[in-house]
Structure formats: structure tokens, C-alpha cells
Design a protein around this ligand. Sequence first.
Ligand code: GTP
Ligand code: MG
Length: 169
Amino acid sequence: MEYFQQSPLQTKIYKLFLQKIPMEKTLVLIKPDAMVKKLAGNVISELYNAGLKMIGLKLVNVKRELAEQHYNEHKGKPFFEKLIQHITGELHGNENVIAIAYEGEDAIQKIRTAAGKTHPEEAEYSTIRGKYGRHVSSTDCFENVIHASDSPKSGEREIYLWFDEDELI
Ligand code: GTP
Ligand code: MG
């Protein structure tokens, strides 16, 4: 059997090469609408196609305080209360949420593309929201299946909001 051994110089060059790749972290939440429809497996399976590394995963019973911190930027908007009721499971029989942290090159854009547009009726059919989402007019809830961080900065903030350091690989 042949072994490939890197010289110290090769190791240094490889490390420098790795540093040039913009590694991003992103948070995905599989929302209560998807949980109640037993879609978690399908969603995770679709997200595998993004080719990212999963660095954390857990089931969370979302309390209002966490929900409000997470969606802080939307405080004051007309849909805020509905949004909080959605993510805490109030609209879906107190269902939980699966939180997943991913890391990889261009992770934010890759997951946002896989998720599709915010309004499920505007999302491409091939996307997660286009396939599994719907707008419920009686509650005016965008049952849009997943949350996905929208920038590297929010990715970092949200991951450390939802996960303790020792829960991440
Ligand atoms: P998230 O990944 O959940 O953050 O969605 P997003 O980044 O695609 O959209 P955005 O952050 O702008 O909105 C957060 C959430 O608020 C959305 O996922 C929807 O559930 C909800 N939302 C946004 N806009 C509207 C709206 O116009 N009406 C209603 N009813 N809900 C909205
Ligand atoms: Mg958002």
C-alpha cells in the first residue's frame, strides 16, 4: 500500500489554501408546520445536496423569549405576532423545531437557494418552500417549512443563540 505524506511545506500551502475559502456558518430551523407534516426527513435529505458540513443538530421546544430574540429584526411588523406563534408551535399543536447548524463554502447562499422565496406561493416549485410550503389565509401564516440565515453575520449570531459552544462539532 502506498502512503502519501505531505512535506511541512505542502501542509503549510494547504492550510493557506483552506484559509482563502470563505467558510460560512448558517442556521436552519425546520419549522413546526414541516414537523407536523412529518417532513423533517425530506428537508434534511434535500439539504444534503448543498454539500455542507452539519456541525450541530437538536430538537427544540421553542419558548417565546428565544423566538423573539431570533426574529428580533421583525419586531413591530404587522406579522410579528403570527411569526412568533408559528415558530413556537402555537399554530401547530405545540410542535417542536429541529435546529441545524451547517458550515461550508458559500453556505448562506446555498441554503437560501435550496429554501426558495419567503412567500411559498412565490417560491419555485423545485425549492423546499415551493414544494412543501403554503400560505394559510385563515391565519395569514406563511407555512414556509424552514428558516435559513440571510447573511454570514446573522448565521454566526443565530447559531450561538440556538446552540451552546459544546453542542457544536
Ligand atoms: P426566515 O428564514 O424564516 O427568516 O424567512 P426569510 O428570511 O425568507 O424572510 P424574512 O426574514 O423576511 O421573514 C421572516 C418570516 O416572517 C418569514 O419566514 C415568514 O414566516 C414571515 N413573514 C415575512 N413576511 C411576511 C408577510 O408579509 N406576511 C406574513 N404573514 N408573514 C411574513
Ligand atoms: Mg429571515
